[in-house]
Design a binder for this molecule. Sequence first.
Ligand code: ATP
Ligand code: MN
Length: 318
Amino acid sequence: MPATARTLGKDATGASQHNGLPASLRVTHPERVIDKQSGITKLQLVQCYAAMAPLLLPHLKDRPVALVRAPDGLDGERFFQKHAGPAALAGVTRLPREIDPSHPPLLKIDSLQGLLSAAQMNTIELHTWNGTDRAIGTPDRMIFDLDPGENVDWPRTREGTRLVRAFLQDLGLPAVLKTSGGKGMHIVVPLRPQYDWETVKAFSRAIVLRLAQALPGHFVARSGPKNRIGRIFIDYLRNGFGATTVAAWSVRARPGLPVSVPIAWDELDGLPGSAHWTLLTLGDRLATGNTPWAHYDSSRISLTDAMRRLDFRPDQGA
Ligand code: ATP
Ligand code: MN
């Protein structure tokens, strides 16, 4: 067993007689290698999720979740599951049909049991909505997904990330940062639930358009690989109803099994890349945990002042 994966299992539970897992959980195909690069097995992934649960569950709480399931590991087929399937998963709650009436119920996970049954069902990634079931019509966060195009190296991605933050600061908006576990970074603005999805998305679009207009050498607001060459595409579509972004502390279904990790702004300069932390290297970072986002809840803000600063009228729509 890789050292970190083993440590993870023990650290969280203080015991290893059930390999760090609740006695009631049966892991099928425990020895199946899900990622050739790291050699990590399905059992190790489930154990890692058990160890990360105290850090991850707060990010899943009350939110519709979508699962990236890969029954045969990274080399096999993948399923992006947004809705309940025929079989119930222990600890995975079905949300009321009214949220999304034309589909089967949405899912949410807010217990260790739910997280581990999802992992047992071959879930590798967990993606969440920007709203909670307590106020599903009014998102409580706004996300900017920075996607560096071809020829954008990591130092320029870091620089772009800082520039977006500076612009948000000018608008009076607080923001926290996490690695995506992939190529880019995710910037999250904690909101008081107030405006509806269309308004928040339209405002996030207005922010991205302004950035692309002011700094066209750095940013592009239109998607498509050609538009992105040498520039960073800032994806604001993550802010729409039903859109999802990978949760902090989710593993990514990519070689080496990177993890999306919250970081403090002053760590950005020293960060070697967005896929810096993986299941094998995460070890000590668990102790830091969510402290870089300690002020997340207390910094929640209304968008009203920022809208005024950008001359954005909340009724102007998308
Ligand atoms: P990177 O930094 O490499 O861009 P990322 O997490 O931002 O990492 P992706 O993994 O490409 O980028 O994210 C894909 C986006 O699309 C996420 O918002 C995810 O919730 C969503 N998504 C992923 N797979 C599907 C799918 N099959 N159907 C619909 N949405 C999906
Ligand atoms: Mn991205």
